[in-house]
Design a protein around this ligand. Structure first.
Ligand SMILES: Cc1cc2nc3c(=O)[nH]c(=O)nc-3n(C[C@H](O)[C@H](O)[C@H](O)COP(=O)(O)OP(=O)(O)OC[C@H]3O[C@@H](n4cnc5c(N)ncnc54)[C@H](O)[C@@H]3O)c2cc1C
Length: 416
């Protein structure tokens, strides 16, 4: 598969690190002239902008907005899209084996395959809990919600395990989606939610959870899950709670494929890189995003889309520099802030000590994410849709005020 005379850059994984690296590289003249070939290998046919996945639960966004197909994103670029599962990576012979038994040879490799769910050893967990990481998970969750909504039951109960950002955002969105019909429990074994987040973000989150009557079970271990029951342990106290839906969002781990690579790994199984994002013993290989960790870094870089996105730009520049014989750049992570959705149309954004929450936070978060979507064309389509919706709401708002005023005048006339 290796074409002679051209440089082959192979990008594995079309998520935040892989897709954006490929897109950055695609602007380079040598790629446009066909002298450097970029192949993007991804198992799915849709990219997923994970930070906005929650908005599909409440119908605030549509699937095409946050999960455009790669065909659409890559149209007009010279990136060769290869929809396959990566089965094996041979770092010594610079070969990637795909599920169709084809082998791709590379001169430069970008590893952006992300991580997977980490299941704890809790009886019944894998059989009875859903997860929330991708579109398949969302479909299962939507199907379960539809089923629960058809039941002739006044009271439903949902348990979410994991008090990180995923658990908090999911709790708020589900509470809004199911409204008064459901009680949401958020369970974490630690003594607080959102470990590592600023006080402002945590306080806004506690308020949002409180106003939605989400029951917080902190310092609580999940002991067992049965079809309609969750067993908890809080101190010495055993609590059995009947539940209709359990969602597990309490951790991720490295993929087997990555753990099995013949190179240096961190204690948690991540790939160790140098500060230019190259594998320590294979400098033609760049490892980015959730699957990688920079060696000897005093402060670890968070496993977030924000970090993966910044690494993509650095890796693309460094690949160009290696090929052109220029010095490489050290990756410097810049923490721009945190943004969490806290229910329908509302969010907290926290940046450089400034916190903005509520509906304004919701609008600002949405706009910030729209400008991070891949390709200008897609951004503009989503932005147009958003502006139209807001315009409609503003018109409705003023119309209601006007109708209210007219209504008052008319009723006053009748009273006279
Ligand atoms: C619901 C949710 C909400 C989130 N919200 C935020 C947020 O608000 N802010 C934030 O900064 N971060 C957020 N994150 C975290 C963020 O999504 C990740 O940190 C980011 O996606 C990591 O990028 P990545 O490129 O390392 O991996 P990913 O984006 O996960 O990409 C990995 C890609 O590799 C593909 N792949 C995996 N294995 C194979 C294989 N064997 N063969 C072929 N393809 C394969 C996958 O299909 C996927 O497309 C959220 C995550 C989730 C799940």
């Amino acid at each position: 598969m290796n074409s002679k005379n051209s440089i082959n850059i192979c990008v594995l994984g079309g998520g935040f690190s892989g897709l954006y690296t490929a897109l950055y590289l695609s602007h380079h003249t040598q790629v446009q002239l066909g002298q450097w070939k970029i192949t993007l290998v991804e198992r799915n046919d849709n990219f997923l902008f994970t930070p906005l996945l929650y908005e599909l639960i409440t119908g605030e966004l549509q699937r095409w907005e946050i999960a455009p197909t790669y065909q659409k994103i890559l149209a007009g670029t010279s990136i060769n899209f290869c929809q396959h599962i990566v089965q094996k990576i041979d770092l010594d012979n610079r070969q990637v084996k795909l599920d169709n038994d084809h082998h791709l040879s590379y001169d430069y490799l970008v590893l952006g395959l992300g991580t997977q769910n980490q299941w704890a050893d809790i009886p019944g967990l894998k059989n009875h809990a859903l997860t929330f990481r991708n579109l398949q998970d969302l479909e299962q969750l939507q199907a379960k919600i539809h089923y629960l909504e058809t039941l002739d039951r006044k009271h439903l109960r949902v348990a979410i395990i994991g008090g990180g950002p995923n658990g908090v955002e999911l709790s708020c969105k589900l509470a809004d989606r199911l409204e008064k019909r459901a009680e949401v429990l958020l369970i974490d074994r630690g003594n607080q939610i959102l470990k590592g987040f600023s006080k402002g973000v945590r306080n806004a989150s506690y308020r949002a959870l409180g106003s939605r009557r989400v029951q917080l079970y902190l310092n609580t271990n999940v002991e067992e899950i049965e079809e309609n029951l969750i067993s908890l342990k809080h101190g010495e106290q055993n609590i059995n709670v009947p539940v209709d839906l359990v969602i597990w969002v309490a951790g991720t781990q490295s993929r087997k494929l990555i753990e099995g690579l013949n190179c240096q790994h961190s204690h948690s199984g991540k790939l160790l890189t140098n500060s230019c994002l190259q594998l320590i013993d294979y400098t033609e290989v760049f490892a980015l995003g959730d699957l990688a960790e920079i060696n000897n870094k005093k402060k670890s870089i968070p496993a977030t889309a924000q970090a993966a996105y910044q690494q993509a730009s650095c890796a693309a520049k460094n690949i160009v520099s290696i090929i052109e014989g220029k010095p490489l750049k050290t990756f410097k992570y810049l923490h721009l802030g945190d943004m969490l959705t806290l229910g329908r149309r509302t969010a907290i954004i926290s940046s450089y000590g400034i916190n903005i929450s509520g509906q304004l936070g919701g609008i600002m978060r949405r706009l910030a994410y729209i400008f991070r979507l891949p390709t200008m064309r897609h951004r503009m389509q989503v932005l147009r849709n958003f502006v139209q919706k807001i315009g409609l709401k503003i018109r409705r708002f003023f119309r209601n005020i006007l109708l209210g005023l007219l209504g008052k005048k008319t009723s006053r006339k009748y009273l006279k």
